[in-house]
Design a protein around this ligand. Structure first.
Ligand code: LM2
Ligand code: CA
Length: 531
């Protein structure tokens, strides 16, 4: 199934490339576009491109700590994310999920693969990342550290099989009793598209990812598809999300949003309470590119923010054709964003990879080492979208569990052992998080490139940065836009007292600087880090 879905996704991606080439002429800015507001829903019709009626605040830089347990997320918020200036953290699906007692159909060999969490059983927060009490305490701790929490909300479907759950339930597919919200509502056959007659495919699964009714009403990789078009299911899902908002959660990454569809997404969002800060929740929709018309990511921007999944591929192709080991050409990134066919920055959660794309070849991943770090630093500098820094665990097969007990409970993150990537802690990335926050909405200026793999640009008179994606160090003399002075390179050092713990860069009276940028490395300076 998994492979079949990938093949289908690939095929529809090809279709989309053609569609994008032929069809799109979006006017908004690319690189340098503003990080932005999330969104609330507007009435969606096939024609509608109206602006959202409500907006949520700019989340700032978000860390995506995929499948870190709640204790480790809390500690990271206090020790690393808050002090470095991350504004938010995305966490893995916290609802109770399947805990397999047997292997699947023979295509997998790991009892507790990472993807168990995408098969909800009920809406108690008894997951392999910890208990409901630990979740609540994590949200409180992160918020105290100045880091808002965003939850991966799995609301399109329930499990693909009957089994046991991390919360200790035993259940059958299409029969999930006592969901723990909405007066302990249950889901029965009548709450699934399997029994509603809406799914037109012969198999009951999504066979054609360009067919609207199949995409919305048939089963995605065999997962029991909820009737999100009914009031009962909408109320139950909203009760789950409102419980999370009540605990202090600030918004959601909506799993499989393309398979829920705009009308149902808007109706669910309309039932959501404000966050404890009095703002509308972030509503970040997972919509793979490749679908026509209303199935395209662009067509979901009137319902919310969308995940930058097409951007992920452009970033991969600019830096490296993973997994071919070819070096790409980052000079191509002069144009990136709406002008390169992507959704506008103000409506996009941008990232170099997530848990799907790091495994399926669409993205760079931690195995690319310095090149992956460089790409993440570039994203933070670009100003495109709300940038996420992805930090998870290492793997050798696509199904590997995160480090866990034999029972599947995820163990504490240990950044020293090689099992966790801890990319959020990389010193150069921490420096670029600060740089990103400092330059704010300043426009990109003084773009320079060598036509291949060295680029440099400023953001207003506030910051300047250079990236070298090539194999040799490169010496460049360029206009920085900053005033004369000696600055700390915040990728390799920190300002401490009157000096820099790393190298410095001198800007001359005419704003120019001569800088050597190391192979697969970056340098960055900002106006408030002069030595
Ligand atoms: C997503 N976005 O739309 C997630 O980002 C993605 O990671 C999820 O798939 C998917 N949608 C469903 O939430 C992952 C994983 C799949 C896995 C599912 C469910 O990529 O391989 O499917 O989670 O755990 C697995 C098996 C598959 C089986 C299915 C149902 O790999 O072979 O299909 O469970 O039992 C019969
Ligand atoms: Ca659906």
């Amino acid at each position: 199934m998994q492979h079949a879905r990938r093949r289908l996704l690939r095929r529809s991606a090809l279709v989309s490339t053609v569609a994008l080439t032929v069809g799109l002429s979006l006017g908004a800015t690319g690189a340098g576009a503003q990080p932005g507001t999330g969104a609330g829903p507007a009435a969606v019709t096939a024609q509608s491109t109206s602006a959202p009626k409500l907006s949520s605040p700019d989340p700032g830089v978000m860390a995506n700590l995929f499948e870190w347990n709640w204790t480790s997320v809390a500690k990271e918020c206090t020790d690393v994310l808050g002090p470095a200036g991350y504004g938010g953290v995305q966490v893995a699906p916290p609802q109770d999920s399947v805990k397999r007692t047997k292997l699947g159909d023979g295509s997998d060999t790991i009892l507790h693969p990472w993807w168990e969490v995408y098969q909800p059983v009920d809406y108690r927060l008894t997951s392999r990342m910890g208990s409901e009490a630990e979740f609540k305490s994590m949200v409180k701790t992160c918020r105290q550290a100045g880091v808002k929490v965003y939850v991966d909300a799995v609301i399109n479907h329930m499990t693909g099989q009957g089994d046991t759950s991390y919360g200790g339930r035993t259940f059958e597919r299409y029969a999930y009793s006592d969901l723990g919200v909405n007066h302990n509502a249950s889901y029965a056959n009548s709450d699934f598209h399997k029994y509603s007659g809406d799914c037109p495919s012969a198999s009951g699964g999504i066979e054609d990812f360009n067919n609207l009714a199949q995409v919305r009403y048939c089963e995605l990789v065999g997962l029991s598809d909820l009737r999100t078009d009914t009031t009962k299911v909408r109320k139950t899902l909203a009760a789950y999300l409102n419980k999370l908002l009540g605990y202090g959660v600030s918004g959601f990454r909506v799993d499989a949003a393309k398979h829920i569809g705009q009308p149902d997404l808007d109706a669910i969002y309309a039932r959501l309470h404000n966050t404890v800060d009095g703002t509308r929740p972030l509503w970040a929709l997972e919509v793979f590119g490749g679908g026509p018309g209303i199935l395209s990511p662009q067509a979901f921007t009137s319902s919310g923010t969308v995940l930058g999944l097409d951007g992920v591929k452009q970033i991969r192709d600019a830096f490296k054709s993973y997994p071919d080991a070819h070096v790409g050409s980052i000079a191509t990134l002069k144009v990136f964003g709406a002008d390169s066919g992507l959704t506008p920055g103000g409506k996009t959660l941008s990232f170099v990879q997530n848990h799907d794309t790091e495994r399926n070849g669409d993205a760079l991943n931690y195995k690319d080492g310095a090149r992956n770090i460089l790409a993440t630093q570039w994203l933070l500098a670009s100003g495109y979208g709300t940038p996420q820094v992805y930090s998870a665990f290492t793997f050798s097969t696509n199904d590997d569990s995160p480090p866990a007990t034999a029972d599947g409970m995820v163990t504490n993150t240990d950044c020293s052992g090689g099992a966790w990537t801890c990319i959020d802690r990389n010193a150069g990335i921490l420096g670029m998080v600060g740089w990103h926050n400092y330059v704010g909405k300043a426009q990109r200026q003084n773009w320079w490139d060598d036509g291949a793999n060295v680029i440099a640009f400023g953001r207003g008179a506030k910051g300047w940065v250079a990236f070298n994606n090539g194999p040799e160090p490169k010496k460049i003399t360029v206009q920085t836009g900053l005033s004369a002075g000696t600055y700390c390179d915040v990728v390799h050092g920190k300002k401490s007292g009157g000096s820099c713990t790393g190298p410095t860069i001198t800007v001359r009276g005419n704003g120019k600087a001569t800088v050597t940028v190391g192979a697969t490395d970056a340098v960055a300076i900002q106006a408030n880090r002069r030595v």
